[in-house]
Design a protein around this ligand. Sequence first.
Ligand code: SAH
Length: 237
Amino acid sequence: MELADAVRKQLRIHLSEAQREAFETYNRELISARQRASLTSLRDRESIERRHFLESLALVRAIEDAGALASPAIDIGSGGGFPGVPIKIVRPEIEMTLLEATEKKATFLRGLIATIGLAGIRVVQGRAEDVAHDPAEREAYALALARAVAPLPTLVELSLPFLRTGGVLAAPKGSGAAREVRAAENALRVCGGAVEGMKPLNVPPPGATPTLVLVRKIAQTPERYPRRSGMPAKRPL
Ligand code: SAH
């Protein structure tokens, strides 16, 4: 099925001609840079549409239905731009920051934004552990997104410091979502978060259905978090 048809029928998201072109350009750029910047293991258009574009747009639908789509947003560990860039293409009113540790990937993302011609989106190169202590970035966002970056206990420490109180972390997770939520209990208490809900993402078969985990920031995160680079992953809270 054409991407635009699948998106319209399953997700009730209508792509304009310009938005379709933006996804075409994105697909081409990914394929031509994938090895140079280790952006994706996928080689062909259809797999990229399914795994990256449709999954990111299913996420938009679920976040929007939960009333949690908000601006400004930060995509933590954006890699090849997922889910931040597809969200920006379909919801251009959202101010988007893409945070990426690797210089090669950050460079790809800057080029991609210019090539597609997106405005109101920026790339910050650095690690969440460092950038979250920058006063301009700390508690600056209403929505944090992170796909395939870290298990939830680590992700909570990396992402909640970026959120204003009342903001939401939206993290798509695999079959272990419920287990990750249980394991994150302490990290949530320490960093000021509460799980608000879990819902299945509407992605086309085949493949397992991912689960969206929504975490609300209910209290300020103590200044010492996130701990220094590597610690949130090495010794999860
Ligand atoms: N979100 C993308 C990429 C997932 S791979 C997708 O779903 O396709 C994870 C990415 O997160 C990598 O590009 C890695 O460089 C980045 N990353 C991992 N830990 C990070 C950290 N602490 N701070 C910033 N970026 C990080």
